[in-house]
Design a protein around this ligand. Structure first.
Ligand code: PLP
Length: 378
């Protein structure tokens, strides 16, 4: 009954956990949700005011498929100012969330049987999009320390794309420039595209964000993905974008024009305000995430658990040394803490779990106490 494309995608492994968490919460249990993928801060009020103003001014009708010119221009200026990239509005498309930019990009360039290299572990949506496009995912485990991976051993004549995500979900890794250069060399030598998902670029505690698109020879080969969800706490607004060669952007616009048309009109106007506005509110948010990360690292060190030390984003990937799905299910049932099994993010880390620290310090303290109790009882 269902299409080959949809049958190729597995149901989300995290669904079971989030459904159980919801059920327990309905029953009145004190659930701490450490599985969330969104900031726990409100959208800054100057952005909300801007959306309201746009609506009142009647900006409630269809917009151009690729987005309003003001937003494309604001993104182009941002890329120049912050990333040292010279892309013009012709190289940009705005989409309803970064996720849809990823979907459109993969659908635009991947054909049946073509291979896409994914670092293991990686965020769940990349694999699903590749499968829907008829492509094949080739998983590459990280080297010790999670800051590089032996990608060269996995490149074949069918490799069409490498997907990078820095800072990464679920690792929190900020890849060093040496690794970006290695990926660049491979991409140029073997004629491969790189999709660089940079949605966490502003949430960095150590090191600096560098876009692979800024390296020699990568302007034409990179599909840069970004969005407003994480930086501006705008997950529900659905606003993201892709930056690439004009032919790729045109192909993506074809998909967009025949599916969602464009992101919501007044959300795009608010997006201009967000990108061009005062960014100082972010400093406190990043400091708070860093404080929570440090709390969590200290607590996990005391419990003797191994983890990938995060330098950005708001996740920790932790080795619990047993089947991750079973661990997450039991931790939820016994201690009412929701976490995400590492098995959802790839193939090699079946005993790891992802803990999101986009939650209060109090919840983190409480979670660590429950974790200690849970581990002692095993
Ligand atoms: N890319 C990564 C790595 C993410 O973790 C997420 C959300 O969890 C997204 C993209 C999607 O962001 P958006 O809300 O803009 O679709």
């Amino acid at each position: 009954m269902m299409s080959r494309r949809v049958n190729a995608v597995s149901p989300s492994a995290t669904l079971r956990i989030s459904e159980s968490a919801k059920k327990l919460r309905r029953e009145g249990k004190p659930v701490i949700d450490m599985s969330v993928g969104e900031p726990d801060f409100p959208t800054p009020s100057f952005i909300i005011e801007s959306a309201y103003k746009a609506m009142k001014e009647g900006k409630v009708f269809y917009t151009p498929t690729k987005g309003i010119p003001e937003l494309l221009e604001a993104i182009s200026e941002k890329l120049k100012r912050e990333n040292n990239l010279d892309y013009t509005p012709e190289n940009i498309i705005v989409t309803p969330g970064a996720k849809y930019a990823i979907y459109e990009a993969i659908m635009s360039v991947i054909d049946d049987g073509e291979e896409v290299i994914l670092l293991d572990p990686s965020w769940v949506t990349y694999e699903a999009c590749v499968q829907m496009a008829g492509g094949r995912v080739v998983w590459v485990p990280h080297d010790e320390g999670f800051e590089s991976a032996p990608i060269e051993e996995y490149v074949s004549s069918k490799t069409k794309m490498i997907i990078l995500n820095s800072p990464s979900n679920p690792l929190g890794v900020v890849y060093p420039e040496s690794f970006l250069r290695k990926v660049r060399d491979l991409a140029v030598d073997e004629d491969i595209l790189v999709m660089s998902d940079e949605v966490y670029e502003k949430i960095i505690f150590e090191g600096e964000h560098k876009s692979i698109a800024s390296l020699d020879g990568m302007f034409e080969r990179t599909i840069l993905i970004n969005g407003l969800s994480k930086t501006y706490s705008m997950t529900g607004w659905r606003l993201g974008y892709a930056v690439a060669r004009e032919d790729i952007i045109k192909a993506m616009a074809k998909i967009q024009s025949h599916s969602v048309s464009h992101p919501t009109s007044f959300v795009q106007y608010a997006g201009v305000t967000a990108i061009k506005g005062d960014q100082s509110f972010l400093k406190d948010i990043v400091e708070e995430f860093k404080y929570r990360r440090d709390m969590l690292m200290k607590g996990l060190d005391e419990l003797g658990l191994k983890y990938a030390p995060p330098k950005g984003a708001f996740y920790m990937f932790v080795d619990v040394e047993r089947d991750s799905m079973e661990f997450c299910q039991e931790f939820l049932e016994k201690e009412y803490v929701a976490t995400t099994p590492g098995s959802a993010f790839g193939k090699s880390y079946q005993t790891w779990i992802r803990i999101s620290y986009a939650t209060s310090r109090e919840n983190i303290r409480d979670m660590l106490a429950r974790l200690e109790k849970f581990l002692k009882a095993q």
